[in-house]
Structure formats: structure tokens, C-alpha cells
Design a protein around this ligand. Structure first.
Ligand code: ADP
Length: 482
């Protein structure tokens, strides 16, 4: 089914409401008029019956039927002959019958045959619609049936003219309701239309623009605020993507330019083998740096895209440490660093994604290796607690200043290094490490003192706690990133 536009929906709703109200009001007022006309007529008829009762009460109980007939005739023939009246006593003797009543000759039961509230009936006499009330009365121990009548033409004309007015007025009100509904829905939706017009002006070049928030606290101001918050997030993401792309291109340009210079210098004149070896070795270092850079960039891009999946599983700490000792021992030795790996006395296990945990430790060890001068030491250790195992990489390197500490986890951030070529980094390692830690439901922390050394630690959970919860946290993190 085709969706109806909200403005049309509102118009129809207003229209339906007003139209129903107008119809109900018309019906109710017609019904109330009929009721009050009916009750006035009933009272009229009843009053006349009371007149008859008063007349009968004035007579002595010994008055004969004939005298009674004369008294009624003398009073009612003059006063009320044009009207409808007949009176009968309990024995069936007529005391009075008006001409009009005689002409119609309606049935009048004996008083005992009439209900206490009387009974009404209607008939058409010539052009007159007549309503009668036959009522039982009791006067001085004797019962009578009194039937009075009243012409309905006047009240019928009144009701009819009222109906005609209603029939003209109601459609007019309904038409007004339709126009009013259209106007009201336009008015009600105008703030939304204004908001949409403002939102349409925002594009990728002016993402810092915000929608005006109405002063009144209502749904529209709520919507504007929510959209502004969304714009804020998009703006921040957009700026960070732009910065990431800019920084990434810049980072890639330097090693490529270096390689090119090395090659151009090498080709400038013929050289001996030793020279070529030296140049190739420098080029090799450069390609390693480029490979690391590209790998880190790729991982962060995957992390942003939410495609880097983490499968948490038990990892034996001693096994992990052993692998690390084997792969990093030689490198540390070449850097003239003492590398200590403190193995655990028991077979401790942590929950983690093996390759990611290894990657995180590689980042930390590479930094320790880069930023610790020869003769220093790097220690990899694990501190056990009831629920977690805290893995720590400590070095006796150059340390990090207080100013740099809060920023070292930012992408592409590098503290000012005066170190040699070895220490060239991309500023992505710790950003990646921080992301890996967050995916494991924990964080990467640092303590450092300039000139004394640094200590990076990450607390991984032991598998005896609910691993499903851990997986969920990790997935949540991945979703949040995406
Ligand atoms: P980089 O590739 O530059 O090492 P990282 O993100 O790994 O990038 O580190 C960011 C910055 O943090 C580094 O440039 C360095 O200044 C500082 N840093 C990281 N680890 C250490 C450490 N062990 N000792 C001293 N400074 C460190």
C-alpha cells in the first residue's frame, strides 16, 4: 500500500475529528430539541388534565351525570371546543367530548384500563398532526379517564426548520474543518520543514554547521539537538578520516623519497661491492619500515571498518613468552640490550586473540627496543591476580615527558625524538595497541619517567571468568568502532 504523506495524514485526522464532532453535535442538538419539545407537549397535556381534575373537584359528589355534562359543556364548549378533550367516568359515561375529538372518535378506555402515567397516541386530522394523552384521575373517590390533545404542527415546523438549518450548517462546518485541518497540519509541520531546509544546506564542506535549536523544549528542539549531536559525531569522524588519510600519505611519502634518493645516489657513479651492500642494507631497512607502516595502516583501517575480527581463546602465558623470547632475543642482542623474560612458575592462561596479543606485545617490545639506549634492559613479565594477568613491558630507556604521555596513544603522534635512524617510527604502534587492548575489554596503560624508563602494561582476563561476556565486550567494541 502506498504510504500517505504525513501532512495529508494530519489533514485527514483533523478533518475526521472535526467532521465527527460536528455530526455528533448536530445529532445531539436535534435529539435534545425533540426531547424538550416532547416534554413541553406532555406537560401541556398534563396541565389540561389537571384543569379537568380541578373542575371535577369543585362539584358536589351528588351532581348528576346530566348536570356534569352541562357544566363541562358550558365551560369547555366556549373555551376549548376548538381543542381536543374527552372525559369519561369509571362507569363509561361520557361527561364531555369536544367536537374535534368526536370527529376523530379515538378509543378512550375506562380509568382502570389506563396506566398510571397515562398513554399517548398520535393521529392526523385534516392538516393537523395531533398528539393525545389519556390519563386516569381520581376525584372524591371516583375515577375518570381524561384524554386531551394538542396540535403538533407548530413544534413539527420548529423541529423541521432546525433540521434544515443543521443540514446547511453541518456541511459548512465540515468544509471549514477540512480547510482548518489543512492549515493546522501545515502549521504543525512548518518547523520540521524549516529544519529539513536547514539540514539540506549541510554538506561535506560545511560539516561544522549546526541546525538552529528552537527555544521551546519540545519534539522539534529534541530532533534538532539529536541531529546536531549526530552531525558532531560525523564531523569528528570526517575530520579524523581526513587527518588519517593526510598523515598516511605523508608517512608513505618520506620512505619512498628516501628510497628514491638512495637509488639515485647509488646510480650516480659506479661503486664497489661493499658500497652496494651498504646501500642495499639501508634500502632493506627502509622497506622494513615501510612494510611495518603499511601493516599498521591496514590494521587501523580494518579496525575502523570493523572487519578485524577477534576470536578470544585461552593462551598459555609461558608458551607466548617463549615464542617472544625466541623472536626478540636476537634483535635485543643486536641493539645491545639485556632482554629479560620472566617465565611463570605455573601454567597460567589468559583469554585473548593470539595473533593480536602477539602484535600488541611486538609494538611494545619494538618501542622498548627503539627507545632504550645500548646497555639498557627490557623486561617482559606477568603479574598474576585472581581474575587477570597483567603483562608488563618495562624498559630503562629515554622515558616519556609528562606533556607527551597523554598523547602517545593518538594516531601518528610521536614525541620529539633526537634518536638515531633506528628510532624512526610512524606513530601508529601504540594507537593499534590501544585498540587491541580495548577489543579485549581492557586498556593499555603507561608509566614513564624521562631519562629513567617506561613501563607499559595490559591486563588480560583469566579464562575462569565468563568468556562469553568477554567475547560480547570485544564484539561490542568492534561494533562501536564500525
Ligand atoms: P612510533 O612508531 O613513533 O614508535 P608509537 O605509537 O609506537 O609510534 O609511539 C608513539 C610515541 O610514544 C613514540 O614516538 C615515542 O615518542 C613514545 N614511546 C612509545 N614507547 C616508548 C618507550 N618505550 N620509551 C619512550 N618513548 C616511547
Amino acid at each position: 500500500m502506498k504510504a500517505i504523506a504525513i501532512r495529508l495524514k494530519l489533514t485527514l485526522l483533523y478533518f475526521a475529528m472535526f467532521a465527527t464532532a460536528a455530526c455528533l453535535l448536530s445529532l445531539a442538538s436535534w435529539w435534545m430539541l425533540r426531547r424538550s419539545v416532547d416534554s413541553t407537549e406532555y406537560h401541556d397535556l398534563h396541565e389540561r388534565t389537571e384543569d379537568v381534575q380541578a373542575l371535577l373537584a369543585q362539584q358536589s359528589p351528588n351532581t348528576s351525570i346530566e348536570d356534569m355534562q352541562k357544566i363541562f359543556a358550558s365551560i369547555y364548549t366556549i373555551r376549548d371546543d376548538g381543542k381536543w378533550l374527552q372525559v369519561k367516568d369509571q362507569d363509561g359515561n361520557w361527561l364531555y367530548r369536544s367536537r374535534r375529538m368526536l370527529a376523530e372518535n379515538p378509543d378512550l378506555p375506562l380509568p382502570d384500563g389506563l396506566p398510571a402515567r397515562g398513554t399517548t397516541s398520535e393521529f392526523l386530522q385534516g392538516n393537523h398532526y395531533v398528539r393525545t394523552l389519556a390519563f386516569p384521575i381520581q376525584v372524591k373517590g371516583k375515577r375518570y379517564s381524561v384524554q386531551t390533545g394538542v396540535g403538533l404542527n407548530k413544534s413539527m415546523a420548529l423541529v423541521a426548520s432546525f433540521c434544515t438549518n443543521l443540514l446547511v450548517l453541518t456541511p459548512a462546518v465540515i468544509l471549514l474543518a477540512a480547510v482548518g485541518g489543512h492549515y493546522m497540519s501545515r502549521r504543525a509541520l512548518r518547523p520540521v520543514a524549516n529544519l529539513a531546509a536547514e539540514a539540506r544546506l549541510i554538506n561535506d564542506r560545511n560539516l561544522d554547521m549546526r541546525l538552529p535549536v528552537p527555544k521551546a523544549k519540545d519534539e522539534i528542539s529534541d530532533l534538532a539537538l539529536t541531529l546536531n549531536q549526530m552531525l558532531e559525531r560525523i564531523d569528528r569522524a570526517f575530520v579524523s578520516v581526513k587527518a588519517f588519510t593526510g598523515n598516511a600519505s605523508h608517512e608513505m611519502r618520506s620512505p619512498i623519497a628516501l628510497l628514491r634518493t638512495e637509488i639515485e645516489v647509488a646510480l650516480y657513479r659506479p661503486r664497489d661491492n661493499e658500497d652496494y651492500r651498504e646501500i642495499l642494507s639501508r634500502m632493506h631497512d627502509e622497506t622494513i619500515h615501510m612494510t611495518n607502516l603499511v601493516e599498521n595502516l591496514l590494521s587501523l583501517a580494518r579496525a575502523d571498518g570493523g572487519v578485524e575480527a577477534m576470536a578470544l581463546m585461552p593462551i598459555k602465558v609461558n608458551q607466548l613468552f617463549d615464542q617472544i623470547r625466541q623472536s626478540w632475543g636476537k634483535t635485543m642482542q643486536l641493539s645491545m640490550l639485556q632482554f629479560n623474560v620472566e617465565m611463570q612458575p605455573d601454567d597460567s592462561v589468559v583469554l585473548g586473540d593470539p595473533s593480536s596479543v602477539q602484535r600488541l606485545l611486538s609494538v611494545l617490545l619494538e618501542n622498548a627496543n627503539k627507545y632504550t639506549p645500548p646497555g639498557g634492559s627490557v623486561t617482559l613479565t606477568a603479574v598474576l591476580s585472581r581474575e587477570c594477568i597483567n603483562i608488563v613491558v618495562r624498559d630503562t630507556g629515554i622515558g616519556i615527558s609528562r606533556d607527551d604521555l597523554p598523547r602517545i596513544f593518538d594516531r601518528f603522534y610521536r614525541a620529539d625524538q633526537t634518536g638515531d635512524r633506528r628510532s624512526r617510527g610512524s606513530g601508529l604502534g601504540l594507537a593499534l595497541g590501544k585498540w587491541i587492548a580495548e577489543c579485549h575489554g581492557t586498556e593499555l596503560t603507561v608509566e614513564s619517567e624521562l631519562g629513567v624508563g617506561s613501563s607499559f602494561s595490559v591486563s588480560l582476563r583469566r579464562p575462569n571468568i565468563d568468556s562469553r561476556e568477554l567475547n560480547r565486550e570485544s564484539n561490542l567494541h568492534l561494533q562501536r568502532r564500525s
